[in-house]
Design a protein around this ligand. Structure first.
Ligand SMILES: Nc1ncnc2c1ncn2[C@@H]1O[C@H](COP(=O)(O)OP(=O)(O)OP(=O)(O)O)[C@@H](O)[C@H]1O
Ligand SMILES: [Mg+2]
Length: 312
């Protein structure tokens, strides 16, 4: 399978569990001088970031992902993980004197979360250039540093490499004018339903107008599946049946790996959508974003079982 250039963040997620309720420790009449410390005996550190997650999922399908990201001097454990998986890291650049992007998430017994996000090296993602990479048949611009996203989209467009624009959590970084330029450059746009409303609001373009400017406009709706608007048709893609619903984090990234795989295989849109949808459902049965494990053959069997016909 030809290579896919995956531009986006690579990040650590540190997840801590506070075995009590924040509200027992944050006194409403004292919030003007907040000084709290939460004891968190449970803690885990996960490999994440959109480029890392998409690359991980594409590799499960037997694809050839090339993640492109800027990371910090604390990247060694992540590097080891991807080396083990056989994912190439020649486009992952260590920026001296920085930390890898990371989120510190503290969750309480009511499922409230307090998160701090340090972007670190991600803010310099523009140091990597699409033009430096040979042999990518498709690309994706996933959430990353602002300058990097603008530059990588322009880089794909200039080289005529078809790419997916995936603004995700980076939605607040761009103006309507910038979004319109991204859409004009992109071959595909993929967003969840919330991001789709924001995108229409910012650009002043309806769903149909956005769809008219790309080969496919993909809108995901969580457990309700997704819709792929392509060539004047809205393909309704059902959600696949998860074995278990454990953690929805990263379903969007898994889904996007399925899109890339399906596009590279030359499937029609309903089949591309079902592949993506099954990738999302396989992810949700596991915590974090890189714990689901299967081979391409196992994926084929599961696809056939869920949809009643063979893949490809
Ligand atoms: N509960 C679920 N059951 C089955 N499939 C699901 C479920 N949640 C998500 N999916 C699959 O994953 C796809 C993407 O999920 P969703 O729309 O929640 O993306 P997202 O909001 O970008 O998620 P995130 O950014 O947290 O990864 C859905 O279109 C669907 O196919
Ligand atoms: Mg998302």
């Amino acid at each position: 399978m030809p290579a896919a250039l995956i531009c986006g963040s690579m990040a650590y997620d540190t997840i801590m569990v506070f075995e009590d309720r924040f509200r027992n420790h944050i006194l409403p009449d004292k919030v003007h001088m907040l000084n709290v410390s939460f004891l968190v005996p449970q803690m885990r550190r996960e490999f994440g970031g959109c480029a890392g997650n998409i690359a991980y999922n594409l590799k499960l399908l037997g694809g050839e992902p090339i993640p492109m990201a800027t990371v910090g001097q604390d990247f060694a454990p992540y590097r080891e993980w991807f080396d083990e998986l056989g994912i190439r890291l020649d486009q992952v650049r260590e920026v001296p004197g920085t930390f890898t992007a990371q989120a510190f998430i503290t969750t309480d017994q009511d499922n409230n979360q307090i998160t701090a996000f340090h972007p670190g090296a991600m803010q310099q993602s523009q140091l990597n250039r699409v033009a430096d990479v040979a042999g990518a048949a498709i690309g994706i611009v996933a959430p990353d540093g602002r300058d990097g996203m603008l530059q990588h989209a322009a880089g794909f467009a200039a080289r005529g490499i078809p790419f997916i624009f995936d603004p995700g959590q980076a939605m607040p970084l761009f103006s309507g004018e910038e979004f319109r330029a991204f859409i004009e450059q992109a071959d595909y746009v993929a967003v969840n339903s919330y991001e789709a409303s924001l995108l229409s609001e910012r650009t002043g373009w309806s769903e149909a107008e956005i769809a008219g400017k790309v080969k496919a406009y993909v809108v995901t709706h969580g457990a309700e599946g997704s819709v792929i608007h392509a060539e004047g048709t809205a393909h309704a893609i059902p959600a696949a049946k998860p074995r278990d619903v454990v953690d929805p984090t990263g379903c969007g990234d898994a889904y996007r790996a399925g899109l890339i795989f399906g596009i590279l295989r030359g499937f029609d849109w309903p089949m591309i959508g079902r592949v993506a949808s099954l990738m999302g459902a396989l992810k949700i049965a596991h915590p974090g974003t890189q714990h689901q494990r299967f081979t391409l053959d196992e994926f084929r069997d599961e696809y056939e079982m869920q949809f009643g016909h063979a893949l490809g």
